[in-house]
Design a protein around this ligand. Structure first.
Ligand code: SAH
Length: 373
């Protein structure tokens, strides 16, 4: 091979791919401070280096463990609740059974198994759809469901589902993964919190020019002390608005679980988690899960604006009301001590009120047509 066959200098440099952190830094250097919402969208969904597009987040070897990954009982109780919703809707045939943001597909597998056992005619009437933005996770989910013998198709967003039949939709830890914005109270009013570069070229938080009018504060919140942080998420509101619009028009029900709060308030809840520990959200773009607490009051207000019936609960209340203890008892009956201990541990993690337990920290929003309940 002669010299002329090797890559040119230009081709060689194209092999050296910039890290996501360097690309974000370059973008800030060129265009100025970046909004937190844009930073989060790049970190989670950049096609080459995004967290959900390229990493394996879930489980003991990953970064965090979600409720369906803790116990099959979570998906089973969701499935049983959906059977109740479908019956109250008048057992529509056909209808769309959807999960948005299905992760590894565990919740969908567990809930479908329960629906098929309790109400085979419901499963027959269901057009099963998984709504997943990450192509990599679509593949993981398809494999998981194929193993479980469950037929479901994939779409990348809700708008790809024809609005022609009732929609029964669930999601766990979906809303907290959607981008949000922060505003800081300054002497001059609210200013948007942004990501910028410090003198050493590191990513740091700063105050940008964007502002928000006091009139747009969530109801019940008043302008407050200097330094207070307000979080809002037009993306979360828009998704809830789209779902509620469909439920109001075509009928259906929605059930969402997430880390968050029911009362509006101030505070910085931007959070990064990697390898089961909190991390600095700016330290390793694309390598940590980024979330903020979900404002359930805002989601509820959006759903109610479509004249729908909304119930908010803690995850602990919801699971206990739907028979968590009875299900654990049935699964453990006649089993060895080790199995019973494991089940007790799962109940505790899903529904307990301790700081490392999900019962109080996670909330549930359940949305139904106004006439059914
Ligand atoms: N529900 C799963 C995974 C939660 S992680 C579980 O409980 O284990 C968040 C999931 O939402 C991931 O699958 C992520 O890729 C997906 N996701 C994030 N934003 C999304 C969007 N806008 N549309 C669809 N899926 C999205």
């Amino acid at each position: 091979m002669g010299d002329g066959d090797g890559p040119t200098a230009g081709e060689r440099t194209s092999f050296v791919r910039m890290s996501l952190k360097d690309r974000i830094s370059a973008q800030i250097a060129a265009n100025g401070p970046m909004r937190i919402a844009d930073y989060m969208a790049l970190c989670l969904f950049d096609p080459a280096d995004g967290y959900y597009t390229t990493k394996e987040p879930f489980g003991a070897d990953g970064d965090f463990t979600t409720a369906p990954e803790i116990s099959q009982m979570f998906g089973e109780l969701v499935g049983a609740a959906l059977v109740g919703h479908w019956n109250r809707l008048g057992a529509p045939h056909p209808f769309t059974l959807a999960e948005i943001g299905p992760g590894r597909g565990t919740l969908f597998a567990d809930m479908s198994r329960t629906v098929a056992a309790l109400a085979p005619d419901m499963m027959e009437a269901a057009n099963a759809v998984l709504i997943e933005a990450s192509p990599r996770l679509q593949t993981v989910q398809a494999e998981r469901l194929a193993e479980a013998g469950i037929a479901a198709r994939h779409v990348a967003s809700l708008d790809a589902i024809a609005p022609d039949s009732p929609l029964v939709i669930v999601g766990n830890e979906l809303f907290d993964a959607l981008p949000f914005q922060q505003f800081v109270r300054t002497e001059k009013g609210w200013r948007e919190r942004v990501v910028l570069l410090d003198g050493d070229g590191d990513l740091v938080f700063g105050i940008g020019p964007g502002t928000i009018d006091d009139a747009l504060l969530p109801p019940g919140l008043k302008a407050t002390d200097i330094g207070a942080v307000l979080e809002i998420s037009p993306q979360r509101a828009a998704l809830m608005d789209e779902i509620a619009h469909r439920l109001a028009r075509q009928g259906g029900a929605a059930l969402f679980f997430d880390y968050g709060h029911v009362d509006p308030g101030f505070g910085d809840t931007f959070q990064a988690v990697a390898r089961h520990a909190y991390a600095d959200p700016l330290a390793e773009p694309g390598r940590a899960d980024l979330t903020s607490h979900v404002d359930f009051a805002a989601l509820a207000a959006t759903a109610r604006s479509h004249d729908l019936n909304v119930t908010l609960s803690t995850q602990g209340e919801w699971l206990l009301r739907h028979g968590l203890l009875e299900r654990a008892g049935a699964l453990g009956a006649g089993k060895d001590d080790q199995t019973q201990d494991r089940l007790r541990g799962e109940v505790q993690r899903l529904a307990g009120n301790g700081p490392d337990e999900m019962g109080d920290l996670f909330k549930v929003i359940e949305i139904t047509p106004s006439q059914t309940e």
